[in-house]
Design a protein around this ligand. Structure first.
Ligand code: NAP
Length: 485
């Protein structure tokens, strides 16, 4: 019997008020139910926000290094269950087991990193113009923060929001994505087992509109950190703007890899395959546009077709699988819709393009990794986020043309260049419109100790992860202290 997972409110595992649940299924085999989760509504979310508000003063008063110790303990508990947590993620999200275990390990590293930040919440001591006056800044937590997370990194993203929020002295309420809530549940469970005081962390599952929106509207919530689609993120911004609370939005991308004519083409093909197809292309940082200088376009295209055809698609729990299924029927439909649109707009289908069927494929949401050639900047496949394993190959006349194409979209999350030409690489680094830039590496594959975020319509607000994450979760106060009278 699949387990029924409860909300976590004020230190208790509780059913939602309506007692309704929703089902989390395995996208690789829809006959398998991963678990049932609470279909919460406003009453549940309000209870969680009230509990977080009541717990805040005591949590904020705890010395920051002691708050960090809870994160260390939770990391230890998760590490002891790494294999189980990885397999659960594969079953709820579909990514391959090595990818899932890598992500759980990353969540563990994030907990440890921010555990350490408990002892490193540096501020400034700045000289005063006046005699006998001592001036310094203090970091203060905001209060209750609301965290809304997507399904594609169901452990790392909840971890990279919860850990800095908590260590800075905020109490949190998290609403994970309905397609993959178990991974976030496991982090909250580890924090509970680590002994985090009641109310400091709260988890409420349920749909975005019924459970998520009341979080954004609750008067005690002082900040919202959101990762997900542009449509939802922008609507949340509009809702909180009138209340002047802080908001941080990490949203979509249309990330380019520029390949210059001097590149090692086998190496470049590897970079592109990794960036475009790993995790089924369902990474906000996935590469969806390969912008290739004309002299090497044909040769690189041939290598890409060959390598794409070699990818093994299947249930990510099985060894040797390179790419799992789409996360659900709707994402599969979106992938196939964009493949159709690209064909109709005149792009050349080079390989893939179909839903996979027969054998195990009939029970999951499998689509072939797909390459389109001859894509031009005005085609929708070159401008809109698909969030699936579809790579558009585009010819650039020269470096200037490549830069024009790369920057010609509304997104600006990640971008990469493959080249040994130091001058061109530096020109690219100076001019590319992206928050995450890689050289001779895929567009995806970021590390937890470095700041993360995009520009243009991909992101809004302060950076996540790394030392800058604490900026969002704290505000600075300035103290002037005269030590004589
Ligand atoms: P989504 O549909 O926007 O959902 C994200 C979260 O928002 C989910 O928890 C969702 O709940 C919730 N939500 C939906 N409507 C809401 C509302 N009215 N009020 C409050 N919460 C609401 O995005 P997704 O499909 O999960 O994720 C895919 C998108 O995320 C892609 O566009 C991808 O590029 C982006 N992404 C960006 C980054 C980044 O760092 N830039 C990282 C990962 C993913 P339900 O699950 O219940 O609908």
């Amino acid at each position: 019997m699949p387990e029924v997972f409860r909300n976590y409110i004020n230190g208790q595992w509780v059913e939602c008020a309506s007692k309704r649940t929703f089902t989390n299924i395995n996208p690789a085999d829809t006959r398998e139910t991963v678990g049932h989760f609470q279909a919460s509504g406003a009453a549940d979310m309000n209870a969680a926000c009230d509990a977080a508000a009541a717990a805040h003063a005591a949590w904020a008063a705890l010395p920051a290094p002691r708050r960090g110790e809870y994160l260390y303990k939770a990391a230890e508990l998760m590490e002891a269950k790494l294999d189980q947590l990885g397999a659960e993620m594969t079953r709820e999200e579909g990514k391959t087991l090595p990818e899932a275990k890598g992500e759980v390990k990353r969540a563990i590293n994030i907990l440890r990193y921010f555990g350490g930040e408990g002892a490193r919440q540096f501020s400034y001591q700045i000289p005063s113009e006046r005699e006998n006056v001592f001036c310094y800044t203090q970091r203060k937590p905001l209060g209750v923060v609301g965290l809304i997370t997507p399904w594609n990194f169901p452990s790392a993203i909840p971890a990279w929001k919860m850990a800095p929020a908590l260590v800075a002295g905020n109490t949190v309420v998290i609403k994970p994505a309905s397609l993959a809530p178990l991974s976030a549940y496991r982090i909250v469970q580890a924090l509970d087992q680590a002994g985090v005081p009641a109310g400091a962390v709260n988890l409420v599952t349920g749909s975005g509109s019924e459970a998520g929106n009341p979080l954004v509207l609750h008067p005690s919530v002082r900040a919202i950190s959101f990762t997900g689609s542009c449509d939802v993120g922008n609507s949340l911004y509009d809702q909180v703007a009138a209340r002047r609370i802080r908001i941080q939005l990490e949203m979509g991308g249309k990330n380019p890899t520029v390949v210059l004519k001097d590149a090692d083409l086998d190496y470049a093909a590897g970079v592109l395959i990794n960036g475009a197809f790993f995790s089924t292309g369902q990474k906000c940082t996935a590469c969806s546009r390969a912008i290739i200088e004309k002299p090497v376009y044909e040769a690189l295209t041939a290598k890409l077709i060959q390598k794409t055809r070699q990818l093994k698609i299947g249930n990510g729990l099985n060894p040797g699988i390179d790419m799992g299924p789409a996360v659900d029927a709707r994402q599969l439909e979106t992938d196939l819709k964009y493949i159709e649109i690209a064909k109709q707009e005149g792009a050349q289908l080079l390989c893939g393009g179909n839903r996979l069927s027969g054998r195990e494929y009939d029970h999951g949401f499998y689509v072939e990794p797909t390459l389109f050639g001859g894509v031009t900047p005005e085609m929708r496949i070159a401008k809109e986020e698909v969030f699936g394993p579809v790579l558009a190959l585009m010819v650039a006349e020269d470096f200037e043309d490549a830069m024009r194409i790369a920057n010609g979209v509304r997104f600006g999350l990640s971008a990469s260049i493959v080249s040994r030409d130091l001058t061109r690489v530096h020109q690219f680094l100076n001019r590319i419109e992206a928050g995450l830039i890689t050289v001779n590496l895929p567009t995806a594959g970021v590390e937890y100790q470095l700041p993360f975020g995009g520009t243009k319509e991909s992101s809004f607000g302060m950076r996540e992860q790394g030392p800058m994450a604490l900026e969002f979760y704290t505000e600075t106060r300035t103290v002037y202290l005269k030590y004589t009278q």
